[in-house]
Design a protein around this ligand. Structure first.
Ligand code: NQM
Length: 361
């Protein structure tokens, strides 16, 4: 019985890594597509029979194609292969894997790079939102080497500037999906927000922890995890996400006052494992909640003055460093809206070739 081979590349995108495919190389039928992704990355918790790394940050795939949208260059569908659960979730988006989409498209000949830098507009199929990326491409080739460093990745690499537009309601339909900036569940105040990623912000001190514990310590805290899951399950329907048992969103973010020069300190469960850092769009959502007139971050977060152009540079602290995003916002007594979020990622091509899928009978 022969195996089937499919072209792929593996790239590190930001502080994640995943398999990148030309969408045309996979079936359009979602059931058959998902079976291929599961075979390629691995179905069991260790992903021993696939290329996935057995953690949420290394069990990801991107399906890329020339865009179907008039104002975009590329379409990007993010697929989370849920570790150990033998299924694929396309509800969330991923701003880390997005950083590798442009390099993949150029490396695979899907589109041509400019000499110097290449600006591409990416349509994020999961959310219907758009992001402009600026990639270093001297001599029309992707430059991976450079001086940008990001938390969670050793060393430095060429910057990939990502400018996200109008992210509000990416999965839930509105910025504050419950209709409130504050809700109380199980006696705990929460802020549910979706500015690119559905996130629930909670005060660490409401859970008898400081919020500065290591991810390993928090992962071992079964009482904390059970309380978070109870709140999550109740919030799923209120956030328009339905039954979120086993779903990748919403993420649960415990906040506490900053320890360094950031605006807030975070420990984020994605959603069952504590992130060693914080996701890109997760950080944008947390920063947005901090900037909002009222949220559980009020009194916890420390906001800087705006930049000369009116934008805000907001540094979100996390277990392995900080994540800075630059938000442009319209803030008044009556309304609050974030119009764009800018940030820097890096990416690197790790391997390319063919991934083999087991013969079916
Ligand atoms: O929030 C982790 C990551 C992510 C997702 C997660 C991400 C994002 O660190 O945009 O990048 O929240 O599951 O890659």
């Amino acid at each position: 019985m022969t195996q089937t081979a499919i072209n792929y590349m593996m790239l590190r995108g930001g502080s994640s890594k995943g398999l990148y495919f030309n969408a045309a190389d996979l079936p359009s039928d979602t059931e058959r597509r998902d079976q291929i992704l599961l075979d390629a990355l691995g179905r069991d918790a260790r992903q021993i029979d696939g290329l996935g790394g057995g953690t949420p940050l290394t069990s990801k795939a991107a399906l890329v194609s020339v865009s179907s949208q008039p104002d975009c260059d590329l379409d990007y569908l993010f697929c989370q292969v849920v570790v150990g659960e033998n299924r694929v979730d396309t509800a969330p988006n991923c701003g880390n894997i997005l950083a590798g989409v442009g390099p993949f498209a150029i490396e695979s000949g899907m589109l041509k790079a400019q000499d110097g830098e290449t600006r591409l507009r990416i349509y994020m199929v999961n959310s219907g939102k758009e992001c402009e990326v600026i990639i270093q491409t001297p001599n029309r080739r992707v430059e991976y080497t450079g001086s940008a460093s990001i938390s969670g990745v050793l060393g430095t690499a060429a910057p990939i500037v990502c400018n996200y537009f109008e992210l509000a309601g990416s999965a839930c339909g509105q910025l504050f999906p419950t209709g409130n900036t504050l809700d109380t569940i199980d006696g705990v105040d929460v802020t549910c927000i979706d500015n690119g990623m559905p996130v629930v912000l909670l005060n660490a001190t409401d859970f008898d922890i400081s919020g500065y514990e290591t991810p390993a310590e928090l992962d071992a805290n079964q009482v904390l995890k059970a309380r978070l899951q109870s709140i999550r399950l109740q919030l799923g329907p209120l956030m328009g996400l339905g039954n979120v048992d086993g779903a990748a969103v919403p993420k649960m973010c415990l906040i506490s006052p900053p320890q360094g020069s950031g605006i807030v300190n975070t420990r984020t469960f994605i959603p069952y494992k504590c992130h060693d850092a914080i996701g890109v769009l997760g950080a944008v959502s947390v920063a947005t909640a901090c900037l909002a007139p009222k949220s559980v971050a009020t009194g916890v977060a420390t906001l800087p003055a705006s930049n000369a152009d009116g934008s805000f540079s907001l540094s979100v602290e996390h277990p392995s460093g900080e994540f800075t995003c630059v938000l442009n916002a319209e803030r008044s007594e009556q309304s609050f809206k974030v119009t764009s979020a800018g940030l820097v990622r890096t990416a690197r091509l790790l391997s390319r070739g063919q991934v083999y899928l087991p013969a079916t009978d």
